[in-house]
Design a protein around this ligand. Structure first.
Ligand SMILES: NC(=O)c1ccc[n+]([C@@H]2O[C@H](COP(=O)([O-])OP(=O)(O)OC[C@H]3O[C@@H](n4cnc5c(N)ncnc54)[C@H](OP(=O)(O)O)[C@@H]3O)[C@@H](O)[C@H]2O)c1
Length: 323
């Protein structure tokens, strides 16, 4: 698979990386029940298919996502690049908490190293700039972790321009992890140009908009989601927005079919169409899903495909504005 260098680092990431949010299993912001054997198979298949990096976070299933990743890492021959995060924790009731105090960030890093079973984390990202008042303290703690050799590079996730500028006074992040898909294009206005200008890598999350852009979601399918699947509360999965998203996904599916491809592959290839995006992080809950999606990594969309996608997106934009 194609690789792209992550900003100024020495990390060459495959254009598709494996995300492990859903693999974490049930918690407040989870995706409902998840079978660990399926997760292990998905991670192994991802690595066997040429994906060379994994994105995870302690928050995914209150440590469980990292544990499942760690189980596979302990068995693989060649170690992939491992990215994880800090700043989102949980209490004894498994309720979400945020903390960026230096002591907490240090403890989180040690816990991640333990769960993942690695000596060093290749890319350590601040999950959210929250609590806002502690962003600088947390960022400084991350710099110290790099100096101590526990992490190799430090990156930002879900940062606004203002947050990037704030931490830059301490040290510029090597990368940004923003949401970016055909449905969520906010990053295009300011963040992607900023990252290009400052040679920061971009690892785009939810490129298939949490599965919507595979084209499989209808109101009936959404109604069948597990009661604790957070997507039930996601406005993109409800009402007229869902209808508009379904129509977009159908248009993409028709377009992709002409190339012998699927809607999900198109959505991921679209995110990768410009090289300011280093890689797309795709979620997968089983072997079959990643076998399909991984193929997007080498698909360079041609001018005609991009022009037809623009027409679909223009129509979608109008529908969302009126939704
Ligand atoms: N930094 C952050 O705050 C943040 C936020 C979100 C995500 N992320 C990272 O980005 C990763 C990817 O984001 P994501 O998981 O939200 O989104 P995604 O890649 O847009 O969607 C993944 C989901 O789509 C479905 N799917 C995947 N491949 C499929 C296929 N071939 N056919 C049919 N359905 C398929 C699966 O869910 P179902 O089968 O249940 O539909 C899968 O969990 C996360 O795992 C995480 O590592 C980070």
């Amino acid at each position: 698979m194609r690789t792209r260098k992550l900003g100024k680092t020495d990390l060459n990431l495959t254009t598709v990386g494996l995300g492990t949010w859903a693999i974490g299993g049930p918690w407040e912001y989870g995706w409902g029940p998840q079978n660990d054997a399926d997760s292990v198979a998905a991670i192994r298949t991802a690595l066997e298919s040429g994906i060379n990096w994994i994105d995870t976070a302690p928050a995914y299933g209150c440590g469980h996502g990292e544990e499942v990743v760690g189980k596979v890492l302990r068995e693989v021959g060649e170690m992939p690049i491992v990215a994880t995060k800090c700043g989102i924790l949980w209490n004894e009731k498994r309720e979400k908490m945020t903390c960026l105090k230096a002591k907490s960030v240090r403890a989180e890093c040690d816990a991640s190293l333990r769960r993942l079973g690695v000596d060093v984390i290749d890319l350590y990202q601040m999950h959210w700039p929250d609590p806002d008042a502690d962003v600088e303290e947390g960022w400084e703690a991350m710099v110290r972790l790099r100096e101590a050799g526990k992490v190799r590079h430090i990156g930002a996730s879900n940062f606004s321009l203002r947050h990037l500028e704030r931490v830059e006074r301490i040290e510029r992040p090597v990368s940004l992890q923003p949401p970016y898909s055909m449905i969520k294009r906010d990053a295009e206005a300011v963040l992607l140009p900023y990252c290009r200008e400052h040679e920061m890598g971009v690892v785009a999350y939810s490129p298939m908009q949490k599965g919507l852009l595979t084209g499989k979601y209808t109101p009936e399918k959404v109604a069948e989601l597990a009661p604790d699947d957070h997507r039930r509360r996601d406005p993109d999965f409800v009402g007229r927005r869902l209808e508009a998203n379904m129509e977009l996904a159908k248009g993409i599916a028709d377009l992709a079919r002409g190339y012998g491809r699927t809607a999900g592959q198109f959505a991921v290839a679209w995110v990768l169409r410009n090289d300011e995006v280093t890689a797309a992080i795709v979620g997968a809950r089983n072997r079959r899903q990643i076998e399909e999606t991984v193929q997007a990594g080498d698909w360079a969309l041609d001018e005609e495909a991009l022009a037809r996608a623009d027409e679909l997106l223009e129509r979608h934009k109008g529908q969302i504005e009126n939704a």
